[in-house]
Design a protein around this ligand. Structure first.
Ligand code: S3P
Length: 429
């Protein structure tokens, strides 16, 4: 298991771009594979999670070329996928396993999905249950709630489903199954989660209607191949936003970042803490809003975070909590129970690691209270096998009293293989 030590920095400066959006990259492969014609994708994120999705479709007979610049997916049409000869390994990727469960529920063949030790602990009932209502036969460990999942697809009927918690993965799984169902499939969520599937369905020519916190998809409509340009991932940019905000004397330009309103909760929260973040040259690419982000170091203050902003910032809480640890006063996080079922229990992982750095953190079931400190202590911390915990703690190290050693950092490759060299590039020593 690899460890890495990050030393304090004098400032964070320069101009960077971050790798492509993970959620959009997954969806581009999935939609391209079941469309008619060749879909091309530039800006694709070649992280381990997205490679899991790519390998899954190759295992179902889809040719996918990669010349290092452009990915070309030779779409097979709605009914052209082939039964995989072996179990499909989704690695660490929740998006791969949950969206694929929906897609495979629509196929008239048998398939099995599994993943690594972390993924096999994550809740799958949330997709298995609605897909079962649509007529899919899905078996899994612990009464269908844990992977491996065995799927005998086909014969689906449309349903109307209310999600108990906002989740883009569950919504997207039902939407993908809806492409194969008889009639219409509607999903509504308590508050809006990321809407990349809705945007991409529209781009590929699916028949869908978006309404207040919900979407209706019509089954049996063939999709057409597209040319997709994937913007930089705001979830990856978030580490650099916080790095520049908390390190005095910083000024950083992050080019070409996706700023879809269902993902910009992190910008809203950091701004409410007093962070200086400007959106420059706002534009739209492949149906997604994009901008350059200018961030300057700022004196941050504690805030209360709860409600509908939570799903719009769900992956950024580890690094938002680092910002809170460096802010003046108390930050409270509530309505964030979902953090307990991410790559690891992120509430427990953030609390344990920030405490090691001298921060007072009080956990509750759906969040935590963090008391900001003048200066973080250095020391040794644990990623818990979670890429976003590892990267957030690396950002904390820039302003700690001494170096911070982060243990178990290989997980960073799941979403951001170039993170450490990029951090060193902008850190002024
Ligand atoms: C994702 C949805 C979110 C997010 C994950 C990516 C997606 O998960 O945390 O990293 O691409 O749909 P949930 O749907 O479980 O909230």
């Amino acid at each position: 298991m690899n460890s890495i030590t990050i030393n304090p920095a004098l400032a964070v400066k320069g101009e960077i771009s971050v790798p492509g959006d993970k959620s959009i990259s997954h969806r581009s492969i999935m939609m391209g594979a079941i469309a008619k014609g060749v879909t091309t994708v530039t800006g694709f994120l070649r992280g381990e999670d997205n490679m899991s999705t790519m390998n899954a479709f190759r295992a179902m007979g889809v040719t996918i070329d990669d010349d290092g610049e452009t990915i070309a997916i030779h779409g097979q049409g709605l009914h052209g996928l082939k039964e995989p000869a072996d179990v499909i390994d989704c690695g660490n990727s929740g998006t791969t396993i949950r969206l694929m469960t929906g897609l495979l529920a629509g196929q008239s063949f048998f398939s099995v999905l599994t993943g690594d030790q972390y993924l096999r602990k994550r809740p799958m009932k949330r997709v298995v249950e609605p897909l079962g209502r649509m007529g899919a036969r899905i078996l899994g460990r612990n009464q269908g709630s844990l992977a491996p999942l065995a799927i005998q697809g086909g014969g689906l009927r449309g349903i109307t489903y209310e999600l108990p918690v906002a989740s883009a993965q569950v919504k997207s799984a039902i939407m993908l199954a809806g492409l194969y169902a008889d009639g219409e499939t509607s999903v509504r969520e308590p508050s809006l989660s990321r809407d990349h599937s809705e945007r991409m369905f529209r781009l590929f020519g699916a028949s869908l209607e978006v309404f207040n916190n919900g979407v209706t998809v019509k089954g049996g409509v063939e999709l057409q191949a597209q040319e997709i340009s994937v913007p930089g991932d705001i979830s990856s940019a978030a580490f650099f936003l916080v790095a520049a905000l908390i390190t005095p004397g910083s000024e950083l330009l992050i080019r070409n970042v996706g700023v879809n309103p269902t993902r910009t909760g992190v910008i809203e929260i950091l701004r409410s803490m007093g962070g200086s973040i400007e959106l420059l040259d706002e534009r739209e690419i492949s149906g997604e809003p994009v901008a350059d982000l200018m961030v300057r170091s700022s004196r941050l203050k504690g805030v209360d975070i709860a409600g509908s902003v939570v799903p719009r910032a769900i992956d950024e809480f580890p690094v938002i909590c680092v910002a809170a640890a460096c802010a003046e006063g108390r930050t409270t996080v509530r309505d964030a129970h979902e953090l307990r079922v991410k790559e690891t229990d992120r509430i427990a992982a953030i609390a344990a690691n920030l405490r090691r750095l001298g921060v007072q953190v009080d956990e509750c079931e759906d969040g935590m209270d963090i008391m900001g400190v003048e200066r973080l202590a250095g020391g040794e911390v644990e990623s818990c096998g979670d890429h976003r915990i590892a990267m957030s703690l690396s950002v904390a190290a820039l302003v700690a009293k001494g170096g911070i050693t982060i243990n178990d950092t290989d997980c960073v490759a799941t979403s951001f293989p170039t993170f450490f060299p990029l951090l060193e590039k902008v850190a002024v020593r």
